[in-house]
Design a protein around this ligand. Structure first.
Ligand SMILES: NC(=O)c1ccc[n+]([C@@H]2O[C@H](COP(=O)([O-])OP(=O)(O)OC[C@H]3O[C@@H](n4cnc5c(N)ncnc54)[C@H](OP(=O)(O)O)[C@@H]3O)[C@@H](O)[C@H]2O)c1
Length: 286
C-alpha cells in the first residue's frame, strides 16, 4: 500500500491531499443501502490504513446510509481524521434531489449528520447551493449561512465550507464567516473554475473538486489514454496526478466502491508528470 505524503491546510489542520469521497458507497443512484456492505467497509478501512485522513460525505447519500456505514466501519475515529459533510439538499421518495435550505432543515441536517456519524462536532460542513442542481448559479446564501454560523457558535460545527458556488457567493460568504474550503465540479475536461482555483490558492483556501474522475460519466479521452500508456499508469491515475500538479490547494476525494481502485487512486501521488505531459493534458479540455 502506498501512503500519501502531500498535505494541505483544511481548517485548523493539515490533511493528506489524497482523500476519499464516500458517495459511491450508497446504493445505485446514491439512493438506498449499499449493495455489498462488507466490501464498502473494507474500502473505508483500507483508506484509513493507507493514510487517508480526509473523508467527504453527506447525510443525503442514501439518505443516511453512507454516514451510518462510515460510523460502523471507522468509529471510534482516528484523531487526525477530518470528516467533511454537506447540507442543503434532501431526497424525495424516488431519490430526486431537492433543496433543503430553511433554517429548520439545515439544523436538522447538521443534527442528523452528527447522529449518524457518531460525532459531537463536525470538522467541516459545506453549504451546498441548490439554486440549480447542474451548475453554480448566483443567489444570496446569507440566510443559510446565518443558520450555519449559529450552529458553529453552538459548537456543532468546527468550520464552514461552500459547494457548487460562484466566486461572488464565496466573496460574499467571506464577509460573514471564514470559508475553509470550496467544493465544485472540476476535472481534466471541466475547467470552468481555473481562475477561482488560483484565487483560492492565493488565499490559502482548499479547493476540493467533485467528480475528479468525471463522476457518473467517467473521463474518456484518447489523449489521456495515450499518455497513461506511455507512463505505464491508468487513465484515472493520470487524471488525479494532473489535479495534484494543477495547484497545491487541490485536495482529492475520488469516489470508489472498489478496494483495487482505491489503491490505484492513492498510488497516483507517485506519478510525477513532466511539464510537457501537463501541457498535453491541458489540451484535453481545449
Ligand atoms: N458537492 C457536491 O455537490 C458533490 C457532488 C458529487 C460528488 N461529491 C463528492 O465528490 C466525491 C467524488 O465524486 P464521485 O465519486 O461522484 O465521482 P468520481 O470520483 O469522479 O468518480 C467515481 C467513479 O469513478 C469510478 N472509479 C473510481 N476510481 C476508479 C479507478 N481507479 N479506475 C476506474 N474507475 C474508477 C468509480 O467506480 P468504482 O466504484 O467501480 O470504482 C465511480 O463510478 C463523492 O464521493 C462525493 O463525496 C460532491
Amino acid at each position: 500500500m502506498s501512503k500519501p505524503t502531500m498535505r494541505y491546510r483544511l481548517g485548523d489542520r493539515e490533511v493528506n491531499r489524497l482523500g476519499y469521497g464516500a458517495m459511491q458507497l450508497a446504493g445505485p443512484g446514491v439512493f438506498g443501502p449499499v449493495k455489498d456492505e462488507a466490501r464498502a467497509i473494507q474500502v473505508l478501512r483500507d483508506a484509513i490504513a493507507s493514510g487517508v485522513n480526509h473523508i467527504d460525505t453527506s447525510d443525503f447519500y442514501g439518505p443516511h446510509e453512507t454516514n451510518r456505514l462510515i460510523k460502523k466501519a471507522l468509529h471510534p475515529y482516528p484523531d487526525d481524521l477530518c470528516i467533511v459533510t454537506k447540507v442543503g439538499a434532501r431526497r424525495d421518495e424516488k431519490g430526486g434531489w431537492l433543496p433543503a435550505f430553511s433554517p429548520e432543515e439545515l439544523t436538522q441536517a447538521v443534527e442528523d449528520n452528527l447522529h449518524n456519524l457518531g460525532l459531537d462536532v463536525i470538522p467541516v460542513v459545506n453549504l451546498r447551493s441548490m439554486f440549480n442542481v447542474h451548475h453554480p448559479q448566483e443567489g444570496s446564501l446569507e440566510r443559510e449561512l446565518e443558520t450555519l454560523i449559529k450552529l458553529k457558535d453552538r459548537g456543532l460545527i468546527q468550520h464552514i465550507g461552500l459547494s457548487h458556488v460562484t466566486a461572488k457567493q464565496i466573496a460574499d460568504a467571506q464577509k460573514m464567516t471564514p470559508i475553509v474550503c470550496v467544493q465544485n465540479m472540476y476535472n481534466l475536461a471541466n475547467r470552468q473554475d481555473d481562475a477561482l482555483i488560483d484565487e483560492l490558492a492565493a488565499q490559502g483556501i482548499a479547493y476540493v473538486p467533485f467528480f475528479p474522475l468525471g463522476g457518473f460519466s467517467p473521463l474518456q479521452s484518447e489523449q489521456l489514454n495515450d499518455i497513461a500508456t506511455e507512463l505505464q499508469a491508468t487513465p484515472m491515475q493520470v487524471a488525479l496526478a494532473w489535479l495534484l500538479k494543477r495547484s497545491p490547494n487541490i485536495l482529492l476525494i475520488p469516489g470508489t466502491s472498489s478496494p483495487q481502485h482505491l489503491q490505484e487512486n492513492l498510488a497516483s501521488e507517485q506519478l510525477i508528470l513532466s511539464d510537457e505531459v501537463m501541457e498535453r493534458l491541458n489540451q484535453v479540455s481545449a
